[in-house]
Design a protein around this ligand. Structure first.
Ligand SMILES: [Fe+2]
Length: 572
């Protein structure tokens, strides 16, 4: 069965009310499922990752946020950032490219990749733009993190108002410092960035740390930040529509930076790092917060997964069949079976102390995304890691991608036919699979979350923690796309192999392509802003023609009228 075509439905999303269609909703399951996604109005363009940021929120307690008794509120909105507002007013000057949406204003900040909760605050992130804060209830835009002048932007074409900031879609929140850590890559030089929730950014170049490709993720332990080069390769000629000539790099440097070194180094001065190399290629990786016995990192390898290259209507698929034009623009699915490893590093001796691996070429293909216990307690001592896999999907692998990777792809591992999607759980101690659930061939499970069973019940723990943290005591909630209707399935985290214990849905509802998800224990309106106003970033407005300058002034005035001002401070 094919990949659901409803993934690429370009209709404007709308709100829904879901209700139980099978099983019984666990009464101890609560909080909010938040999803990031590109608005579908750019599907059919050169890449599905670049539409304006959308936020979707599913309330996991029936009858809340405007839902009727027994109903689960599904709410959505396009994030009305300066980029999205400018594009809405002058769509004629915006162009979709392989690296995002460009315009005379600059590079749109899509803010469409991952929700990043920080207590009750909510940020939406992207690799090529600043994190954007929104109100978790109304989804109102509250501001971008850091004044433009505090970031090093990547300006190869004029960007008078919208800078391309090469950052990370996965910053981390430091529970000991109550601060956000992220990165800013500038012409290959890695900088670490710290932001304390308001006021100015602090940033440090990392000595000798170059990024050959990009940084999608950063992760942290109590004492260290860990930053790997990620397998999303943008060759210069691709910026102007040229063909790829090289595959993503087969291995990557991993930089480890001590947090206390950052604490002690004046802003702007170099900080030292330790360097390791990791292979095969990676995009997502997660360190245990407790580093007393070494730095343990779970790497979700993206071996021969060509995310930066998309399908064309005249392509042939992995089996030599003509690709369906309906999938034009779809990124490349993995050409190798999934591989996950845990690696323990000793930064003092620059050695790898231990390595475990999970790889099952018959079962695990096309890992999509993961679910884990994100509480500080859960990150200190993780127990189970949960992943969603789409199965082997030859229609999403093109002959052009296979030719680019050549001998790096072992085609003898290809199953004879498509394999089903899965939800899998693995023990983080030894990477052994503890259970899996098989979905129907025409399902497309996406963006799962872990929800602790009794979050907040123990006042001595953090608000995101249950009474038994780690990822086993609670639920895995999985949104499932299917052309016959979207649904959300609930699994017991300790035993996903028993299958779904409850399903909610609404007749006729479909869901277009989405990216990462996150869980929040509650959604309360935010009165905080990030301290930066678009109207404070208009110093280069005179570079624009008069008609576009007028549009920018209108957007700035509209945002000044709408965004709460009480907590705002001028950029330092
Ligand atoms: Fe990601």
């Amino acid at each position: 069965m094919p990949i659901p075509r409803s993934l690429f439905c370009a209709d404007d999303p709308v709100d829904h009310e879901l209700s139980v269609v099978s099983g019984e909703w666990p009464p101890e399951l609560s909080g909010e499922l938040v999803l990031s996604a590109p608005h579908p109005d750019t599907f059919g363009g050169p890449h599905p990752f670049f539409g304006d940021g959308m936020v979707y929120r599913l309330s996991l307690s029936a009858g809340t946020h405007g839902a009727p008794t027994g109903g689960f509120a599904w709410r959505q909105r396009r994030i009305e950032s300066p980029s999205a507002r400018l594009r809405a007013l002058r769509p004629d000057v915006f162009t979709s490219t392989m690296v995002g949406i460009q315009s005379p204003f600059g590079h749109s900040n899509a803010a469409n990749t991952a929700p990043l909760p920080w207590g009750d605050r909510l940020f939406m992130t992207w690799d090529a733009g600043r994190p954007v804060e929104i109100d978790p209830v109304s989804f109102d835009y509250l501001g971008e993190v850091g004044h433009r002048s505090e970031w090093k932007d990547f300006e190869v074409a004029p960007q008078p108002l919208l800078p391309m900031v090469l950052s990370s879609a996965h910053p981390v929140i430091d529970p000991d410092r109550n601060a956000m850590w992220t990165v800013n890559t500038h012409w290959g030089q890695l900088h670490v960035v710290r932001w304390d929730g308001d006021g100015a950014l602090r940033s440090w170049p990392v000595a000798g740390a170059t990024i050959p490709q990009s940084v999608h993720t950063i992760t942290q332990t109590r004492d260290w930040l860990v930053i790997a080069d990620c397998a999303y390769k943008v060759e210069p000629q691709v910026l102007t529509g040229g063909e790829r000539t090289e595959p993503a790099n087969a291995d990557a440097p991993v930089y480890l930076v001590r947090k206390d070194a950052l604490d002690a180094t004046p802003v702007g001065q170099e900080v030292a790092c330790s360097v390791f190399r990791i292979a095969p290629e990676v995009n997502h990786y997660y360190a245990d917060y407790d580093d007393s016995d070494g730095i343990r990192i779970l790497f979700e390898h993206t071996e021969s997964a060509e995310l930066a290259m998309t399908q064309r209507s005249d392509d042939l698929d992995a089996f030599g069949r003509p690709c369906d034009p309906a999938l034009a623009g779809l990124y490349g699915f993995p050409m190798a079976p999934d591989r996950l490893t845990t690696v323990v590093f000793d930064p003092a001796t620059a050695t790898v102390l231990h390595r475990d691996e999970l790889r099952d070429p018959e079962l695990l293909w096309t890992r999509q995304l993961n679910a884990m216990d994100w509480s500080t307690e859960g990150r200190c001592a993780p127990t189970l890691h949960h992943t969603v896999h789409q199965g082997f999907r030859p229609e999403a692998i093109t002959q052009r991608m296979l030719a680019l990777y050549g001998d790096r792809v072992d085609r003898s591992l290809f199953p004879a036919e498509e394999t089903p999607p899965l939800l899998a759980s693995m023990n983080t101690d030894d990477m052994c699979l503890t259970g899996h659930h098989e979905f129907a061939m025409d399902d497309f499970p996406t963006s799962p979350i872990f929800v602790p069973r009794d979050a907040g019940s123990d006042p001595t723990r953090s608000s995101y923690a249950g009474s038994d943290p780690g990822g086993h005591d609670g639920f895995v909630v999985v949104p499932v796309v299917n052309d016959d209707g979207f649904r959300v399935e609930v699994f017991d985290a300790h035993d996903v192999g028993r299958g779904s214990r409850c399903t909610i849905a609404e007749r006729g509802m479909t869901l277009p392509f989405v990216l990462h998800s996150a869980w929040m224990p509650r959604a309360v309106s935010s009165s905080e802003g990030t301290g930066v106003r678009f109207s404070d970033e208009l110093d280069r407005i005179d570079e624009l023609p008069d008609d576009l300058a007028q549009v920018a002034r209108q957007v700035a005035a509209d945002l000044d009228d709408r965004v709460p001002m009480a907590s705002r401070t001028a950029p330092r």
